[in-house]
Design a protein around this ligand. Structure first.
Ligand SMILES: [Zn+2]
Length: 488
């Protein structure tokens, strides 16, 4: 009996996050993503052209339900988990098909999964990506593709953040008005103001102004308050944030949190805003002091050993600095090594022994080019454009005031419920991709800033072990890596 072909389909995060019902028949240019229907069509076409596999639409198609939040995490992708457990259980799977690689898994586990399929002789097919895992350079190419995509995400979001920050500091409001707030004025005069209304349910009534003030009081207070805590506090004090009386979500809280006090002049008391302003400045200084996030993954996680006693190094933290440290026992080797310094040394070493040949760069660029996602218009931009068109229609007299007000409120709610803006996506040209691939070490260095786990995995592809002996480092490479890069 022939083995089965299983097809996996899902909408990309931006679109899947949209709470509004998405129509499968919606054309792609409008939605900005390939609809599930189109993905399945492509998958079924693949099935027809590969009769060596059995494919049963009803049982072999795994389609993620719509409206799921956070498609990024596997825990929130029930059908993906079904697929993996079915593949694990039955011995009947011959091939897995997905529209593109990034849709299947964006996480660091991608390579692991593909390797596992490969070992079980399960073919993995996508519409365009080149995946050749039989060789080590195939693995490294997939890894590089992930790295390069992350580099771009980093660059985009940095540019975006800087621009938004500058505009906000100049007093302009950028983005959608959070729930409870409306944007007023036009063009340069556009600013936020608090809705002069009340909301509530179950006998409790709040004004939007009170709720906004409550959040600011909280933020200006002595305690460090995180987004989740803030939302919890609002809930506990009866500030039901949504107009339908629902919980104050952390997403809403996040939006308020990011507001610059300059936007609230004239709406909230100056004294309160000054306190918030001071807190914002304090936090900024604190962050600029080089504090390392506590959940940082060590670049050399699981590959760093003590040459004296053989113990592996862990991380520790003293003040603002992170250190590599190992269990001391009877060992006389110095205890803590500054993480940033050692990482820099190891990467500098890597730079000195490994040079990517032009041929290798070209190969990696080809893979990255083939695997790029198509650009899509952000949900937020699309909704804001609808809002613009609506206002035009009303100004032109093509719409009753009643209808305008109702539709406008609807759109504003919709915008407020959207997740934070993700960076714009434009496919890179091959030249741009090539420019990103400078050296292996440099790419890893940049990735470590945004995706430490991915950087660490790459390091573990390269090194089996790094030993510390006083001031000396001894490097042991993976066999495959040595042969690909012709490292002695
Ligand atoms: Zn030791």
């Amino acid at each position: 009996m022939s083995k089965h072909l299983k097809i996996y389909a899902r909408l990309s995060n931006t679109r899947a996050n949209n709470a509004a019902p998405a129509d499968d028949d919606e054309d792609d240019s409008k939605s900005g993503d390939v609809s599930v229907k189109r993905q399945l069509e492509a998958g079924h076409a693949f099935a027809r052209s590969h009769p060596e596999y059995t494919h049963v639409c009803r049982t072999d198609d795994y389609v993620e339900p719509k409206g799921k939040r956070s498609g990024q995490s596997d825990a929130h992708r029930p059908r993906f988990r079904d697929l993996l457990s079915d593949v694990e259980r039955d011995n009947e799977t011959g091939c897995i098909w997905c529209y593109d690689l990034s849709r299947f898994s964006r996480g660091d586990d991608l390579l692991l999964l593909l390797t596992k399929f490969n070992q079980r002789h399960i073919r993995f097919e996508t519409r365009g990506d080149i995946v050749d895992l039989d060789s080590f350079d195939g693995q490294l190419s997939v890894r590089f593709k992930q790295l390069i995509n992350k580099v771009r995400a980093l660059d985009d979001s940095r540019k975006q953040r800087t621009r938004i920050q500058a505009e906000r500091l100049a007093g302009a409001w950028v983005g959608a008005a959070p729930q409870g707030l409306i944007s007023a004025g036009r063009g340069k005069d556009r600013h936020l103001t608090v809705r002069n209304e009340t909301y509530g349910s179950n006998g409790q009534t709040h004004s939007y102004l009170d709720t906004v003030r409550a959040w600011f009081e909280l933020y200006a207070g002595p305690r460090q308050i995180g987004l989740g805590n803030g939302a919890q506090w609002l809930n506990a004090h009866g500030y039901r944030w949504r107009s339908n009386g629902g919980e104050a979500g952390s997403v809403t809280a996040a939006k308020l949190y990011n507001l610059h006090p300059a936007n609230y002049r004239g709406v909230l008391e100056d004294a309160l805003l000054d306190r918030v302003d001071r807190r914002v400045q304090e936090r900024k200084r604190f962050q600029q002091n080089g504090r390392v996030p506590t959940n940082a993954v060590m670049l050399l996680h699981r590959i760093l050993y003590c040459a004296h006693c053989g113990f592996r190094y862990n991380s520790s933290r003293r003040g603002v600095n992170a250190y590599y440290q190992h269990y001391r026992g009877d060992c006389d080797q110095e205890r803590g090594i500054r993480m940033a310094e050692l990482d820099a040394r190891v990467l500098a070493h890597l730079e000195s022994v490994v040079t990517l040949t032009d041929e290798q760069k070209q190969e990696i660029a080809e893979v990255a080019l083939a695997g790029q996602e198509q650009p899509r218009e952000s949900e937020r931009k699309a909704t804001q454009a609808s809002l613009g068109r609506l206002e035009d229609a009303w100004i032109d007299g093509n719409m009753s005031e009643e209808r305008y007000i109702a539709r406008r409120a609807q759109l504003l709610e919709q915008i407020a419920s959207l997740p934070p803006e993700s960076p714009p996506h434009r496919p890179l040209t091959k030249e741009e991709i090539l420019a990103t691939i400078t050296t292996l070490a440099d790419t890893i260095r940049r990735i470590h800033e945004i995706a430490p786990d991915l950087a660490n995995r790459t390091m573990r592809d390269i090194f089996t072990r790094i030993e510390i002996d006083g001031d000396n480092l001894r490097f042991s490479y993976q066999q495959d890596f040595k042969s690909w890069f012709k490292v002695a």
